[in-house]
Design a protein around this ligand. Sequence first.
Ligand SMILES: Cc1cc2nc3c(=O)[nH]c(=O)nc-3n(C[C@H](O)[C@H](O)[C@H](O)COP(=O)(O)OP(=O)(O)OC[C@H]3O[C@@H](n4cnc5c(N)ncnc54)[C@H](O)[C@@H]3O)c2cc1C
Length: 390
Amino acid sequence: MEKQIWHSILIGGGASGLFCAGSYAAPKLLLEHNKQAGRKLNITGGGKCNFTNLYVKDKAYVCGEKHFCHAALAAFGPQDFVRLLEKAHISYSEKTQGQLFARNAAEITGFLIRRAKENHTEILCGCEVLRITKEHGLFCVQTSRGNYCGKNVVIASGGLSYPQLGASAFAWRAAKELGLETAAPRPALVSLALPSPYNRICRNLAGNSLLAEIRCAKQKERDMLLFTHDGISGPAVLQISLYWQEGEKILVNFLPDVQVQGYLQCHKNRPELFSKILSPFLPARILREWLGEWDVRAADAKKDALLAAARRLNAFACIPVGTGGFRRAEITAGGLNVKQFDARSMECKQQKGLFVIGEALDVGGRLGGFNLHWAWASAKAAAAALAARS
Ligand SMILES: Cc1cc2nc3c(=O)[nH]c(=O)nc-3n(C[C@H](O)[C@H](O)[C@H](O)COP(=O)(O)OP(=O)(O)OC[C@H]3O[C@@H](n4cnc5c(N)ncnc54)[C@H](O)[C@@H]3O)c2cc1C
């Protein structure tokens, strides 16, 4: 029997792969190594899937090339995805800062799978893709369930985050075999582990949160910070982790609305501890733990003790010793170097017919629906180009 030659073979049945498959009509094969497609999608946004953000813009992404995301985002905006959901009678609501959530993430996954099937997609689950090679102008995809041939191939295998849900380093391996450049993967939108003795203090405060301002690499985030068993987490920390590189310093202001040095100087004759004096702004227990040896009586405090206490609260500098790792990171920063791809179609410039979409590319979005929006927008860009291929 003659071997079938597919118009296109998509690798990965996650957000970008499913959306791409449903966005053009040619007969195609989608390969997913999990038993079901969209497993990660089902747990996004705490099970409610923060599927886009009304304020999608280039600046919400960290990418190897500054303007790479622009064309795809301009061609497919948040309202375009919303219109598709409305047509499918899937309800959603807006939370803070333009974040749109579904009632149930599984509704979005179900919709994407239906849409892909309606658009001539054969979905093969439990099929691990091992290698891609090019033979006689065709792509040969070697899998745990045999080999498949296609005129076009779309790598939509995502990053390394949440290996417990099927994430793999396939995109990096395939890139190497195909002679393409990658930026090393690193966990992002993830907690940061602090060095000793701060990790111990954080453990004592685990579960407490406060409003903080964090700076790193010219980036500033103001949002909630949560103490964890070995460091810090919460939205402010997750956002800054997108910009943080190993070995870099972070600067945390635990009382961004209080000029602590000036305030303590105004109260320098009081007999109470600094933690008591500052308790109108933060619970005294948090202050006591965090100030540690610098929690002294104001009246007895020497100038350098007052300055040290103020610095610990308003300008705490340290170099994190690590992150929560890929098991806890919401996304993977790094990926296939975008300079090798056409920003309008996500097609590889050197290898026609090879497309890469979603998180496998070196594009990382901020928290708030931006990453799924990138999955949709990059998938749509590839689908438009694939639709035009015979
Ligand atoms: C807990 C959590 C919550 C999140 N919540 C949100 C949110 O609310 N909003 C938001 O914007 N972003 C969120 N994200 C990020 C978002 O899920 C990802 O950015 C997005 O899913 C990336 O889409 P993708 O298609 O590139 O990759 P994925 O969705 O990860 O899909 C990749 C698929 O490829 C499959 N695969 C991998 N290797 C192989 C192989 N060798 N063979 C076959 N199949 C393979 C995987 O099993 C997977 O199904 C969240 C992430 C996590 C981990």
